[in-house]
Each structure stands twice: as structure tokens, then as C-alpha cells.
Write a protein that binds this ligand. Structure first.
Ligand SMILES: Nc1nc2c(ncn2[C@@H]2O[C@H](COP(=O)(O)OP(=O)(O)OP(=O)(O)O)[C@@H](O)[C@H]2O)c(=O)[nH]1
Ligand SMILES: [Mg+2]
Ligand SMILES: [Zn+2]
Length: 378
């Protein structure tokens, strides 16, 4: 396989999967490409996704590919690929290659997209080994936001890592690091600065030839760190509003950036919303302490308010658990329950729609029993 694919993270597992998947796909694609029977299927990694096209690294170089054209749809893609995906490509005469398959993902970061869509799940990036959560030291530390991001990170199956950024701008680095370690159970916390280069070597060691994605608020220095690690200005960076230290959403796409010595970084835009969707596993790992305490409460449905024999309330009373952490946990539990109900309602709405369509279909064939009954009642 080509050097470019290796630079974009190709390993034995992907190569094996590809040979397996592509043989499965050959039948489907050759049917579509009657005018060029010799064109073979190719392997690619999605480097960037735009609205209707995406850029993929292939053995032949970087090329634009069509993620949802006719061939892609006929190949049965349930959803277009995302940055980090390994895809199977088929040549199309006169246009960009089509994506005809997505290899099974070893991890995927998804969230509940803002707004009211029929399918609210939005997959952001795929095949990430380490999910580096940028926590900027130039603004107040938000424990609740970090906890929420950790839930999504654990749920993704990638290994979360807390990266405190802009250390050169802060005086309370040790204090924030301790606060971060306290809430991020079992997660490494590292201190970095894109300006002084502190922590860059440590990050490089952690990448270890795999794929590391940065997520975190706008202006937290994600792109700056990518540039520092790679050693050149590959990613554009933006200034921060002096009034509230918020970023200006400089990065607008999710981009894979190869590191010269091996390994891949994935720079992402600052996320505004971090909605949860089916994140039970992420919750259980992030809040293992609370769930362990809750299992010791006298009542299995304890609300941890004023119930007798509540182990969670006892821990708060003893100073072993932060009330804020419990509140944040319970808020997310409610959010997940709400999403579940919503999903249930959607399927109820679908059932009603189906029923209406069924009745309409039968009406075309003649009056339904319901109509007859209505008529007989007058
Ligand atoms: N002093 C200092 N400034 C930094 C550091 N890292 C980034 N900055 C500055 O902070 C601003 C935002 O940095 P970016 O790297 O663009 O932030 P980002 O997280 O990529 O932001 P979005 O792309 O908007 O999500 C820029 O003006 C950077 O120069 C750092 O370690 N120290
Ligand atoms: Mg950026
Ligand atoms: Zn309780």
C-alpha cells in the first residue's frame, strides 16, 4: 500500500478489512461501471468533509470523492462518511470516484445535533484512538462542561485525554490540573501551550502512530497545538475576543493532518452544543463513583434527595462528593430520558403515518370497514 495511506494511519487491521470488504463490494460495483470493467476498487481515508463532496487520501494521492451520488446511494450507504472514515471507492467515468462502502469503525464520536431533525444523531469523526479534550486555561474552568464532554468521549470508544491548553497564560495551572483530575476519573491530564511548546512531546508520545482528535471550545488553541506538533502552519488559527475570551470559530471543517514522523491529528471546529443521545456507557464510566454509591442506596429508585438510607446524600454530607457533580449527573440522566421518550414518540408518529397510508390505500380499493361503520351510524 502507498506511503500516503500509511501517512494517514493505514494499519494491518484496515488493510485486512479492506481486502475483505472490497471483495464483497466488487459484484455491486462492476455492475455499475460497464464502460470501464478494468477499473478497480480503491481504499481511501476521508480527510475532510464538505457539504456535498469530501476529500480522501488514496494510494494515488488526495482526491475529491462523491459521498452520496447515484452509485453511492445504490451501494446502500446509510449515511455519508465522516472525517477519519476508511472508505471503499469506485471510479466513475467523467466524475469524482464514488464512495461505495464504509469500513466498520473502531470508534465514532457522535452527539445529538442541535435543532429538531428526524434523525438527531450526528457522527462527527471516526476511527479515533485518542480523543483529546482541550480545556483552555485562559478562562474559568467548567467542570460540568468537561464532564459532559467526557460522557461523549467514553461513549465513542476512543481513549479520552484532558489537554489543558494555553498554560503560558495561566497562573493557577496546578490548581486547575488538580480540579480536572478530580472529576476525570481514570483519565490522564496533561498541560500544554502552543506558544511555548510545553506538552507537545508528551502529546506526540501519546499519539504513538495512531489517530488523535482534538475537540473543545472555539479559541481553546486546538489548531495552534496541531501546528506546534506538526512543526508547520498547516492549520489556520484565529484570535480570541478580548472581552470574553471566546473564540471566533476559525476552524470550520474536521481535518486530518498527518504528523511527519507518523501518526495523524484531527483538528475540529469548536463545538457549541454537546447534546447526549444513548450515552449510557459513557455515563456509567464518567460517573462510576456516583453509580457505585447509588447502588448502595436503600431504595433502588432513590432520587438522592431526602430518602432515608441514601448513600449519595451521605457522601455529599461527608464531603466526598460534590453537589455540583451530582446535579450535573442528574441533569444528563434527565436529558437522556427525554431523548428516549422523544425517540419513542417519533416511532409512534411513524406508526400513525403508516396507518394513515394503509387506510388511504384501502380506500382506493373501496370503502374500508371504518367507513362502513361510520355510514351505518349515519
Ligand atoms: N498565549 C497563547 N495563545 C494561544 C495558545 N494557543 C492558542 N493561542 C491563541 O488563541 C487563539 C485561538 O487559537 P486557535 O488555535 O485558533 O483555537 P481553536 O481551538 O483552533 O479555535 P477554533 O478553530 O475556533 O475552534 C489564537 O489567537 C492563538 O494564537 C497558547 O498556548 N498560548
Ligand atoms: Mg481551530
Ligand atoms: Zn440515594
Amino acid at each position: 500500500m502507498s506511503d500516503l495511506l500509511v501517512a494517514y494511519g493505514l494499519d494491518d487491521r484496515v488493510a485486512t478489512l479492506y481486502s475483505h470488504e472490497s471483495s464483497l463490494l466488487t459484484g455491486l460495483v462492476s455492475e455499475e461501471r460497464t464502460d470501464d470493467p478494468d477499473a478497480r476498487l480503491a481504499l481511501g481515508r476521508v480527510v475532510r468533509v464538505e457539504r456535498t463532496r469530501c476529500l480522501a487520501a488514496t494510494a494515488a494521492g488526495l482526491c475529491l470523492v462523491e459521498p452520496d451520488g447515484v452509485i453511492s446511494r445504490r451501494a446502500g450507504l446509510a449515511a455519508p462518511p465522516v472525517s477519519g472514515d476508511w472508505v471503499v471507492l469506485a471510479a466513475q467515468p467523467g466524475s469524482d470516484p464514488a464512495v461505495v462502502g464504509i469500513l466498520p469503525r473502531r470508534s465514532e464520536l457522535s452527539r445529538r445535533a442541535p435543532g429538531d431533525r428526524a434523525d438527531p444523531r450526528q457522527v462527527l469523526v471516526a476511527n479515533i484512538d485518542v480523543l483529546a479534550i482541550a480545556v483552555p486555561l485562559d478562562r474559568p474552568f467548567s467542570a460540568s462542561r468537561v464532564e459532559r464532554t467526557l460522557v461523549l468521549a467514553w461513549e465513542s470508544r476512543a481513549l479520552p485525554l484532558l489537554v489543558l491548553t494555553k498554560a503560558d497564560l495561566a497562573e493557577d495551572v496546578e490548581q486547575v490540573a488538580t480540579a480536572a483530575e478530580t472529576i476525570a476519573l481514570g483519565v490522564d491530564v496533561i498541560v500544554t501551550s502552543g506558544v511555548t511548546g510545553v506538552g507537545a512531546d508528551e502529546l506526540l508520545t501519546i499519539v504513538a502512530g495512531g489517530t488523535l482528535a482534538f475537540i473543545g471550545p472555539s479559541g481553546s488553541g486546538k489548531s495552534t497545538l496541531v501546528n506546534t506538533i506538526v512543526g508547520s502552519e498547516v492549520q489556520r488559527t484565529g484570535d480570541v475576543r478580548w472581552l470574553d475570551s471566546r473564540g471566533r470559530h476559525t476552524t470550520t471543517s474536521r481535518d486530518l493532518v498527518p504528523i511527519p514522523g507518523g501518526g495523524v491529528l484531527l483538528d475540529t471546529p469548536g463545538l457549541r452544543g454537546l447534546g447526549l443521545l444513548d450515552a449510557e456507557a459513557g455515563m456509567a464510566t464518567t460517573f462510576a463513583d456516583i453509580e457505585e454509591l447509588a447502588s448502595q442506596c436503600r431504595f433502588s429508585d432513590c432520587g438522592h434527595a431526602s430518602e432515608p438510607g441514601c448513600a449519595v446524600a451521605a457522601a455529599i454530607g461527608a464531603g466526598d462528593l460534590d453537589r455540583r457533580r451530582l446535579d450535573n449527573y442528574q441533569k444528563m440522566v434527565r436529558e437522556l430520558a427525554h431523548e428516549k421518550r422523544r425517540a419513542g414518540q417519533a416511532s409512534y408518529a411513524e406508526r400513525r403515518q403508516l396507518r394513515a397510508r394503509f387506510i388511504a390505500m384501502h380506500r382506493e380499493a373501496g370503502p374500508t370497514r371504518l367507513d362502513e361503520r361510520r355510514q351505518s351510524r349515519g
